[in-house]
Design a protein around this ligand. Structure first.
Ligand code: G3I
Length: 320
């Protein structure tokens, strides 16, 4: 039985991040995504540098391809991401704009993009990774913070909501699965936004983990409870389990990886509060760890030949 059939019985959406290029050029990749998943997140196709490489110019090709593919195959789309410090086009990054002009640029961008996909996107990651390296405060060096001040966060949520009232709006970050300094900060931040009436509907736990940095299961569940108690959805948005940075050998990892997938996801499924789980890439040849971090890793559910790994069966077991 496919992951999506198993997940459906649990009322969980099960997703993968997709590459526009692979979707366009690889029929096996397309078929496997249709067979196994009912939610897809464009891995890069909805980022600012892709949407607006030149000022006042928009390019929606890959995003359209992905959204049309999903709709033709009864899959939902998770939009990623409206406001982030990374993958910002040069014209914007190097532009000499006033605070007012930055505000207008952000406003026009969010309105244009959210409107373009209105009704076709179930959820948007409105803000991605707003914290600094110490994880206990906002990143004061981040592009948006520097140019607009901290209000950029609520501004972005308000703009997105005013354009699409039905899309679920998320704050998305890494390393917040456990109860720790970072998740405490984000909990307070989201609580304050909600008190102010800012339309935030969910928090994305990215879940980029490995043998040396996996959340403690009990703390993770308590963490999910406290965010849910705020009235927020908690989604797993970018899961992968990597060997790089862990102390184990490849052989040990091959045993540990499925164990980690199973332990984390069984606990989440049993708790019954998370209703969407997305993996950050379909297979080991499409992982950011390999092509962004330049590391030889194998963090996903399918191998480079698109064959299911032990990790895949572990996830299926967890859903079962
Ligand atoms: O745009 C160029 C393209 O023109 C060129 O042909 C290609 C050749 O290497 O490089 C392209 O840019 C790369 C882009 O991915 C598209 O493949 C960038 O160099 C590379 O840095 C970029 O990496 C992405 C990374 O975000 C950027 O920070 C990864 O694919 C993507 O998986 C990763 O995803 C992030 C989430 O958005 C947020 N959470 C963390 C996660 C992992 O870093």
């Amino acid at each position: 039985m496919s992951l999506k059939s198993l997940a459906k019985k649990r009322n969980i959406l099960i997703g993968t991040a997709v590459s526009g290029n692979a979707l366009r050029n690889n029929a096996d990749y397309r078929n496997l995504i249709v067979q196994e998943f009912n939610l897809i997140t464009p891995e890069n196709a909805m980022k600012w540098e892709v949407f607006s490489p030149k000022r006042n110019t928009f390019a929606f090709d890959d995003a359209d391809l992905i959204v049309d593919f999903a709709r033709n195959n009864n899959q939902k789309v998770h939009g990623h991401t409206l406001v982030w410090d990374k993958q910002i086009p040069d014209w914007l990054k190097r532009g000499n704009f006033s605070k007012k002009e930055f505000h207008t640029i952000l406003e026009k961008y969010i309105n244009r993009v959210v409107d373009r996909f209105k009704g076709k996107i179930i959820a948007w990651d409105v803000i991605n990774e707003a914290l600094g390296d110490c994880n206990d405060d906002y990143d004061g060096d981040s592009f948006w913070y520097k140019n607009l001040g901290i209000d950029y966060i609520e501004t972005a949520f308000n703009l997105a909501h005013s354009t699409d009232k039905n899309a679920l709006l998320f704050y998305n970050d890494w390393g917040i699965e456990d109860i720790n300094v970072k998740s405490n900060f984000i909990y307070k931040m989201l609580e304050n936004l909600l008190i102010k009436g800012v339309p935030v509907h969910g928090v994305g736990f990215q879940m980029h983990i490995g043998p040396n940095f996996s959340p403690n299961i009990k703390n993770m569940r308590d963490n999910i409870d406290r965010f849910s108690d705020l009235g927020l959805k908690v989604w797993i948005t970018e899961m992968d389990v990597r060997i790089t940075d862990s102390r184990c050998t490849k052989e040990e990892f091959e045993i540990k990886q499925p164990e980690i997938y199973k332990a984390i996801l069984s606990a989440i499924v049993e708790q019954g509060k998370v209703d969407a789980i997305t993996f950050w890439g379909l297979d080991d040849s499409h992982s950011w760890i390999t092509y962004s971090l330049d590391k030889n890793d194998s963090p996903l559910l399918f191998d480079k030949d698109l064959k299911p790994k032990s990790a895949y069966y572990a996830v299926a077991d967890a859903l079962r």
